[in-house]
Design a protein. Structure first.
Length: 289
């Protein structure tokens, strides 16, 4: 029988909600204390809300909540109510947090547009990344991208990029070319920070090795790197002969050592090294598969 998925415990739910709230507050602080004072925006719905705030003086918190509502509905339809509730908590916290900080009239952390761009992007990306990591979203652009990718020949990433081209073009018209350029840098910094928060700092590599000396290689890799090996059975495409393929996951810093081990034993070995987003399990962390 298939194993039943365990329900989320109350303690885990509370912890997840607390982290979503912390992430949304970080994003609100970044917007209010770095980006808005320097007239710098981010991409997506947050960017549109910041531009409209600049044009109309309508509170940013109200704008980001209202504009995100239809995207939340589609997220509920296609992703589920857990996503809806997590996103609602994040967006409401972002809206209230930014409004509260705005009324405090706190001084900006820096008057330098470059520093505001860099640190605003980092803190905004970290906040958004935390919310995404724990099941929610602060921006409905990617939800729209999922829907459009089903109807048109564009990936989600391509749609988001195309959407942001229009956002930054509008920013250039409203805020000026220089502010739009700072905004583009902020967007890329925030995007990279989101990746780090979601995927982790430890970059891992998945390695496939095809060699006739597979037993020696497996022993050497296990003893010198402390990494276990998974052996996969394959078949050569030209001679139709059986091949043993070694599969191992290592950290980025171990790649060169692994390549040296392989070439020392078999200079003719075929090696494929692939990027991986994450490697889970205590056995990986301890160096044993």
């Amino acid at each position: 029988m298939p194993r039943k998925h365990k329900k989320e415990t109350l303690l885990h739910l509370i912890g997840r909600i607390v982290l979503i709230i912390i992430g949304a507050i970080m994003a609100a602080g970044s917007i209010e204390l770095f980006l808005l004072p320097s007239s710098i925006i981010d991409g997506g719905i947050i960017g549109i809300s910041l531009i409209l705030n600049n044009l109309t003086n309508i509170n940013f918190g109200i704008l980001v909540f209202i504009i995100n509502l239809p995207f939340l509905y589609f997220g509920y339809k296609f992703i589920g109510n857990k996503f809806l509730l997590s996103s609602l908590i994040g967006i409401i916290t972002l809206s209230l947090g930014e409004t509260y900080l705005h009324h405090l009239h706190l001084p900006a952390f820096t008057t330098s547009p470059l520093l505001a761009t860099v640190f605003g992007g980092v803190f905004l990306g970290a906040g958004v990344g935390i919310v995404i990591r724990y099941g929610g979203a602060l921006d409905g652009t990617e939800i729209l991208g999922i829907l459009f990718s089903k109807k048109f020949p564009f990936s989600v990433g391509e749609f988001v990029m195309l959407f942001n081209v229009f956002v930054f073009a509008w920013a250039g018209y409203v805020l000026g070319a220089e502010q739009a350029m700072y905004s583009i840098i902020t967007y890329f910094i925030a995007a990279k920070t989101i990746d780090v928060v979601i995927q982790g700092i430890d970059e891992t590599k998945a390695v496939l090795i095809v060699s006739d000396y597979y037993d020696e290689l497996a022993d050497a890799i296990t003893s010198e790197l402390g990494r276990g090996i998974t052996m996969l059975s394959g078949k050569g495409g030209f001679k139709n002969d059986k091949k043993e393929i070694l599969y191992v996951v290592v950290t980025r810093l171990e790649v060169m050592t692994l390549k040296n081990i392989v070439t020392d034993i078999d200079k003719k070995a075929f090696i494929t090294i692939m990027n991986t987003q994450e490697a889970h399990g205590s056995t990986f962390k301890s160096g044993v598969h």
